[in-house]
Design a protein around this ligand. Structure first.
Ligand SMILES: [Zn+2]
Length: 131
């Protein structure tokens, strides 16, 4: 039943299952007060499980952002994702990236070298030479 890679969630669920078993025994034995304590503990465990899950998601997100941060370079009035052996990906709006680290892909403007951000008012940005 156990997964290969034990995460925080799995550990919490092991404790939860243990409490469930203990609760069942207490309920059958008519120990209502103790059974109520078990139920309360189970409720707390579920809250903790939710918290761990939220933190794991947040942590994954931050790791991805951190990894990306090393690849995002400011060049030619915009941000680009620069990776070895790959063409530069971009341009991304400098305004949006500087304010909230959002990579918003810029769209072609009126001329070849111009790019507009579809999200903010950053328009007519010259990003020449285009790759
Ligand atoms: Zn923008």
């Amino acid at each position: 039943m156990k997964k290969k890679n034990s995460s925080g969630i799995d550990c919490v669920m092991d404790v939860f299952d243990g409490l469930k078993t203990a609760g069942k025994v207490l309920q059958e034995a008519g120990k209502i007060e103790q059974y109520a304590q078990i139920l309360e503990a189970q409720k707390n465990i579920l809250e903790q499980q939710k918290r761990i899950s939220d933190l794991e998601i947040e942590n994954k997100d931050l790791k991805e952002k951190l990894e990306l941060k090393g690849k995002v370079k400011f060049e030619r009035n915009a941000y680009w994702i620069v990776e070895e052996g790959k063409e530069d990906d971009g341009p991304f709006c400098s305004c949006c990236y500087d304010d909230g680290k959002k990579l918003i892909r810029m769209m072609p403007g009126w001329s070849e070298s111009e790019r507009n951000c579809p999200k903010c008012k950053n328009k007519g940005v010259s990003v020449r030479p285009i790759q």
